[in-house]
Write a protein that binds this ligand. Structure first.
Ligand code: NAD
Length: 254
């Protein structure tokens, strides 16, 4: 069955750049009725909005920090009133690194709290609101974790811990909502050539050559290659997939 998103409405966080932007564009390209995009970066968000509008999809764009629970809940409620219903959500927004050093012994409290606030609380706030409104049956939520959610990442312990948390949240929620016909999955990207990776590389946290070279395919991935899997998981084509940890890592963890 070809992926068909006609008549469906989605939300996408982290849509100003990288995987979130590629996901929003693909959902629009695949014929989604509406896509509500959000990000802290308004300039990037506007660019994504303009690209998506070319496909004739209804787009709403909002500046939103996912670590702000009230802002997330009004965004989801407003989206449902604007679109009439919510069929799926891609919770993509995330950060890596920090202002200070990031080892377990030296990480400063502010960096730890920010990492958990965005990467873990952010996904929880999104799901809490989305699950209230999402189509039952038929809804689908995809949370972007990381391969660092199933292995440790020295010098990025907070990041790895937050992504382990995203997987735990996802699998627990999948168990809570499976009987209601809502599927909830996580996607675990490996090394993907986006801003977060390049900024981490500048800080000495990741190395494109080393990590790309350590995959079975011998290269970094592209944001669009992750978006393809997210769109599949949001579509009815993945109707028997829930609670999964879907790696998109060129075989990095294999
Ligand atoms: N690139 C990789 O190698 C890689 C690997 C594994 C997982 N991931 C995950 O993929 C997701 C997307 O990252 P990307 O690679 O596309 O990087 P990216 O930096 O291109 O995109 C991340 C987006 O999230 C937004 N964002 C950051 N903090 C936010 C907040 N508080 N509220 C709302 N939006 C916020 C940023 O403005 C940005 O637009 C992240 O969750 C990241 O952890 C990326």
């Amino acid at each position: 069955m070809a992926m068909n998103l006609h008549g469906k409405n989605f939300t996408v966080t982290g849509a100003a750049s990288g995987i979130g932007r590629a996901t929003a564009i693909l959902l629009a390209e695949l014929g989604a009725a509406g896509v509500a995009i959000s990000d802290v970066n308004e300039v990037g968000l506007k660019e994504t909005e303009e690209i998506c509008l070319k496909f004739g999809t209804k787009i709403t764009a909002r500046k939103l920090d996912v670590s702000d629970a009230d802002a997330v809940s009004s965004w989801i409620a407003d989206t449902v009133s604007e679109f009439g219903k919510l069929d799926g959500a891609a919770n993509v927004a995330g950060i890596a690194g920090g202002d200070g050093t990031t080892t377990v012994q030296t990480i400063v409290q502010r960096d730890w709290d920010r990492m958990m606030g965005v990467n873990l609380n952010g996904v929880m706030y999104c799901m809490r609101s989305q699950l209230e409104h999402i189509a039952k049956p038929g809804g689908s939520i995809v949370n972007v974790a990381s391969t660092a959610g199933i292995h440790g990442l020295p010098k990025s312990a907070a990041y790895s811990a937050s992504k382990h948390g995203v997987i735990g949240l996802t699998r627990s929620a999948a168990g809570e909502f499976g009987r209601a016909g809502v599927r909830i999955n996580s996607v675990l990207p490996g090394p993907i050539d986006t801003r977060i990776f390049r900024e981490g590389e500048e800080k000495g946290l990741f190395d494109a050559k080393v990590m790309g070279g350590a995959t079975q395919l011998g290269r970094m991935g592209r944001a669009e290659e992750v978006a393809n899997v997210i769109a599949f998981l949001l579509s009815d084509s993945s109707s028997y997939v829930t609670g999964a940890r879907w790696t998109v890592d060129g075989g990095y963890t294999a």
